[in-house]
Design a protein around this ligand. Structure first.
Ligand SMILES: Cc1cc2nc3c(=O)[nH]c(=O)nc-3n(C[C@H](O)[C@H](O)[C@H](O)COP(=O)(O)OP(=O)(O)OC[C@H]3O[C@@H](n4cnc5c(N)ncnc54)[C@H](O)[C@@H]3O)c2cc1C
Length: 91
């Protein structure tokens, strides 16, 4: 059994990763005091970019950023019902 606290992007992503790793759906429980569309994640702009973290070596944060964008771009096709697409922003 897997209990996930929180139904924002972190909680739901954790649930998806657990499913993809072979956990049975009926063994995963998500508990939260707010669910979509009431979470902070529902209001996020979904903008991704590398960030500067004050005391974190830039090689580390750049590595995390690269892993994140690699993961996001290999998630597979986005269902048409989801109003989302990848766009490139330039500073
Ligand atoms: C206006 C706005 C725009 C943003 N735009 C971007 C963006 O473009 N790019 C970006 O990367 N980030 C953006 N962010 C930040 C991003 O939204 C958050 O970092 C992200 O949504 C956090 O996800 P989360 O799953 O950790 O938290 P949340 O989405 O806040 O989810 C938390 C979950 O935990 C539950 N919970 C919390 N405490 C308890 C408790 N004690 N008991 C039970 N349940 C609990 C809540 O009910 C909820 O279900 C934006 C934020 C805002 C406000």
């Amino acid at each position: 059994m897997l209990l996930i606290i929180g139904a924002g992007v972190i909680g739901l992503s954790t649930a998806m990763e657990a499913l993809n790793a072979g956990h049975r759906g009926d063994h995963i429980t998500i508990v939260a005091d707010e669910y979509s569309p009431e979470t902070t994640s529902d209001g996020a702009g979904a903008i991704w970019r590398p960030v500067f973290l004050q005391d974190t070596p830039v090689e580390l944060s750049d590595g995390w950023a690269q892993k994140t964008v690699d993961r996001c771009t290999t998630l597979g096709p986005i269902p048409p019902a989801v109003a989302m697409c990848f766009v490139t922003l330039l500073d």
